[in-house]
Design a protein around this ligand. Sequence first.
Ligand code: DNO
Length: 351
Amino acid sequence: MNMKLSFRWYGEDDPVSLRYISQIPGMRSVVSAIYDVKPGEVWPEESLKKIKEQCEANNLIFDIVESIPVHEDIKLGRNNADELLEVYCENIRRCAKYGVKCVTYNFMPVFDWTRTQLDKQAPDGSTSLVMYWDQMRGLDPLKDDIHLPGWDSSYTQQQVRELISAYGELGEEGLWKNLERFLTKVIPVAEDCGIRMAIHPDDPPYPIFGLPRIITNEENLDRFLKIVDSPANSLCLCVGSLGCAESNDVVAMVEKYAKADRIAFMHMRNVKIMEDGSFEERAHLSSCGSIDMYKIVKILAKNNFDGYVRPDHGRMIWGETGKPGYGLFDRALGATYLNGLFEAAEKEYNK
Ligand code: DNO
């Protein structure tokens, strides 16, 4: 196959073992990161070496990192941003030294993905992550002491308040400016060491709590790609993140950016958009959600996509417990489904 099938692994504490991951048919690459180092610190080489060796011992390749987190002070353009950018570049060099070819990151202020419930039960007894507006409305992180799933729980309520007001002052254009500074510094380093940087879209792709969110739609993705016009400055095209806003035509986006060779990594997950704009994460199959997975895979195959693909969040099924979205069973089913779609599409288009 052209595409490189991968699976996210959270390191030795992950209840899903590399051995089990290696038993999934067609599995090639492991997506991981160094989790015991704070954003803004250098990743120890021994830790990278260890993951590489553990993967190799299981016949897997550690060549994709998700994520090297971007420190809030870089996003806010604070005085220490240059120093932190130096550390970021050093981490890219170190990853490259141990065989990494693609690094995923995001530029979301304060919070990564936002959901209101991690274990919403479907009629069949499976559970998944959801974002319901009825649960979301009325929450105000400036007033209430709330911690939504997906947020960095190491912030105190006071720190969250300060960050939110700092981003309020910065605004969208300020965030763009700091992203530009990040890319201008980081992309040449990535180019030099053969790494493609893949930005993850904001999830969900609209402002939450008045925080600026900029990696959200086609217009903004175009703007992002133009800042540094190089394959090293690419997208992690997460169909579930972009696809949970009805206004985004994800299929058209995949087509445009695959043609331009600006997708380094595909996150494949299905979501069902509800009438009021809420959404539920669903099984990977097209028929289970709002996204046509087969159309997307056909477009990738037509464009000879040879980047990384991973089955993104799965439901919890068959009594499995573990990290919400990141169990073994449903993601393995997702992988198998994707293998089927890709085999069919690649044979069709690459005769
Ligand atoms: C959610 C993930 C994100 C992603 C980061 C990339 O499950 O897709 O947390 O890893 O946004 O930096």
